[in-house]
Design a protein around this ligand. Sequence first.
Ligand code: ADP
Ligand code: MG
Length: 693
Amino acid sequence: MPMADIKYIKGIGPAKSAMFNRLDIFTTSDLLHYYARTYQDRRPNKNLNDFKDAQSVCFKAQVLRTQVIPARTIGIFKAFVQDEKNNVFEATWFKRRARGYDVFAQIKKDFSIGSYVWLVAKREDKNSFLSNKIIVDEYYKPTDPELHLHADAIVPIYALTQGLTNKFFRQTMARALGTYLEEEKEILPPELLKKRQLLTIKQALKGVHFPSSIAELENARKRMVYEEFLLMSMAWAIKQKQEKIDEKQHRYELKKHLLTPFKENLPFTFTKAQTRVINEIFKDMLSPKPMTRLLQGDVGSGKTIVALSALLLATENNFQSAFMAPTEILATQHFITLKNQLKNLKVNVEILTSKTTKKNKDKILKDLQEGKIDILVGTHALIEDKVKFKNLRFIVIDEQHRFGVKQRAKLRSKARHIDMLSMTATPIPRTFALALYGDLSVSTIDEMPPNRKPVETLQLNQNAALELLKEEVKKDHQGYIVFPLIDESDKLELKAAKEEFEKLQLALPDIKFAMIHGQMGGQEKQKVMEDFLNKKSQVLVATPVIEVGIDVKNATIMIIQNAERFGLASLHQLRGRVGRGEAKSICVLVAGHTSTLAKERLDILCQTNDGFKIGQKDLALRGPGEILGTRQSGEIELKSADLIKDKDVLEEVVQDKEELFKQDPMLLKEEHQPFKKRLQELYQKYWSFIDLG
Ligand code: ADP
Ligand code: MG
């Protein structure tokens, strides 16, 4: 589709053009499909009290009087205005004075006594209803021909980049709609448009940017959401059809010369659930079709040992495997676990992360290509192009939601016909799985290993928390203290955590503390963890790097500092670091100043240990993007669709997709060509992991 460059829109020069490019907007069509982040209802139906939530309110007012207060450097302009309910407000503008001209000339003209203005404004002090001082974000004259783009209407608010204002963006959008809307082609199959009574693309684009009513906005959004879901699920349907044809060139056999001794050496027996999921996985691996299976099970349910069983099946057949985990510490932990469990077996396990030294790395890469390594554990480092296997056949991805779709796909693309097992503690609802992964097979561990006592969770202050820590250490137990570090590479935050660590040592000199954080070298981390495992240290002070995976049975207390700063899923993961042995464990949440939402999270955590319940709550509290690892990676093109809010649309789509796929599986019909073309474009841009042929 030939599309105009945005620089042809009036008002966009090279500088502005570059700013639009930063938002991934290159053509007029990109612009039209750049949807608002949110909307403000700026119709004049709000009253004064709406000022209370620090949000801007839009209203029409008459100018009563104005005042200029001269000063040497900063000049002040005040306007007293009256709304239609006769409330009087005082608005103030500050401007640096300029020599030779009056910086307030324009505003004085706009606020001439007796004239009307539309104000978008908020209270200066959001807590005081007595003060009538307001801050004006934007104002418009009733005579302004573009008034309804900005005021007296439902107004779109876009996520922008530096240098762009929403006002300018709205003007540009309106111009683009005026000139280029005609070029937008309908891509949805006509029979579906009709069946679901969807707006046409032209109607929807107008409605999604400048809706004249909430109903119009909803209909417009629904059409966009429908389109996104349909494209996504159709792409997966096609992919799966191809996969069904695809057969593995290699076959597995259950030889058991590794699996049997491994099972006999385990210090426990598998739970029923573990046995069931191992069978499901083995069945897939032994079959001619490549496996795509998600293993879900709550924190601590014993997924690692299940993965290890599958890894051994690959090793028994002389196939190589990769085991990828999202953090250095988790990878190290898995490496140690594997080494321990496979002590007496002839299996060569190695670890590769970004912290592996050059010398070691070179050796590992060489051995890998020569087939000397059976299982390679590691982080994102595994997906680098340099990492080449001799006969990779099986991959395990732990905490799969921590990886982007592309990263997972890239690891998988290292060989043909790979079997893939993804693992997660965060369950994915069935409809999501269908839309986001096609028809993913799911195995669920719905049973905890025996003799686990639920972790007791408390909210306490710092001193009470440390008292509990002392008690646990007295019982010869170990513990963790976790500090929130939003960004592991943030030096200031790390420094603060280190200072806290030193303070702790001073305050509790009898306890042997050790510290671990993301900036430490790989071997250094491994040493700290091994020391902790061997009880050389008693309390591990950590940044959230330990969130996933750490497994030390003797640790019975987890203290989470500034717990209000963690998300629900993270808190549950952190808590899962304790309660792994037979002794009763405690998790202490030490919170600073909490918002209502944070309080709700902490309360939920105190009430339940059930990861599935927590997962559901988490979805409800903050939407699925982060949980599913889609939004933040931006790799799945869902611009307006929200898996939770738009569940009903998703269900319609799943149904319609099936029909469409039945009637025209390869999209050959004339009326489906625009849809197919759009699929191919998306495929090139975002979905290259889906092989559309
Ligand atoms: P997660 O599912 O969170 O990854 P892990 O695989 O780390 O859980 O397992 C948690 C702990 O439970 C580990 O210490 C593991 O050795 C132990 N474990 C796993 N399976 C069993 C079992 N069947 N009986 C007893 N302990 C088990
Ligand atoms: Mg795990």
